[in-house]
Design a protein around this ligand. Structure first.
Ligand SMILES: C[S@@+](CC[C@H](N)C(=O)[O-])C[C@H]1O[C@@H](n2cnc3c(N)ncnc32)[C@H](O)[C@@H]1O
Length: 234
């Protein structure tokens, strides 16, 4: 069965790329939410995001969409202390987990928005405000009838590109080959982007800052592939 949606189709805004999952927040996550949330979790609003005010410094700004439990996020923020990371996730236990990790590692270069990243981009992020975007293992929505829920679609990528500074990048990773091919097609047909890959298959080697997650390691041991894609704004 062909598992790919045509790249040019845009979908109504009411379709979300996530489902709100019920999930237990552990006591450690709840404590982190209470102790560190007021400092590091920002409120969604419709005002232009003021990064200097939010982070207390001027630094390159990277947006991460859907950080899950935040393991990769915390690692990257630790190995790239010179960058600011604005990180979106809708799942509350994940927000608690990242805050807990931030406390353990004493990280100060992450701010969290517990909100739909599509709305954050639309309402809070001005043109040319981002130096990079990270989207790691976005929900693959395997079934053909669910492909429309995939985050990465032509219209969405176009909006992202507008928010990138020239030379800014989008880095995606996925372990689902049909989604990898779909992302490649969408990014390659976006006129504002160029592929940074030097490889014949157009995918990228895993950039050194992106750690292998537990989940990914398990997949790799089972012989599953992972595809990284890195594109740059012209
Ligand atoms: C498959 S998980 C991957 C999590 C993490 N990046 C990783 O590599 O482990 C995808 C995550 O994206 C989040 N997500 C999906 N769509 C989102 C959106 N529009 N805004 C914010 N988070 C979203 C989901 O809640 C989920 O936690």
């Amino acid at each position: 069965m062909n598992n790919q949606a045509p790249a040019h189709i845009t979908y109504p805004k009411s379709i979300k790329s996530f489902v709100t999952r019920a999930g237990r927040t552990t006591s450690g996550q709840a404590k982190a939410l209470a102790d560190l949330g007021p400092r590091f979790v920002l409120a969604f609003n419709r005002d232009a995001f003021n990064a200097e005010q939010a982070f207390g410094r001027t630094a390159p700004l990277i947006l991460e969409i859907g950080f899950g439990m935040g393991d990769a996020t915390a690692h990257i923020a630790q190995v790239r202390p010179e960058d600011n990371f604005l990180c979106c996730e809708v799942h509350e236990p994940g927000v608690g987990a990242l805050l807990k990790r931030m406390g353990e590692l004493d990280l100060n270069n992450i701010r969290i928005l517990q909100h739909d990243a599509v709305e954050v981009i639309e309402h809070m992020l001005p043109a040319e405000s981002l130096d990079g975007v990270h989207i790691f293992f976005p929900d693959p929505w395997h079934k053909l009838r669910h492909n429309k829920r995939r985050l990465i679609q032509t219209a969405f990528v176009h909006e992202l590109v507008k928010r990138l500074k020239p030379g800014g990048y989008i880095h995606c990773a996925t372990d689902w080959q049909p989604y990898a091919e779909h992302i490649l097609k969408v990014m390659q047909s976006e006129p504002g982007l160029i592929n940074r890959s030097q490889r014949a298959d157009s995918f990228s080697d895993q950039p050194i800052y992106r750690p292998l997650t537990k989940f990914e390691n398990r997949g790799l041991k089972l012989g599953h592939g992972v595809w990284d894609l890195v594109f740059e704004r012209r």
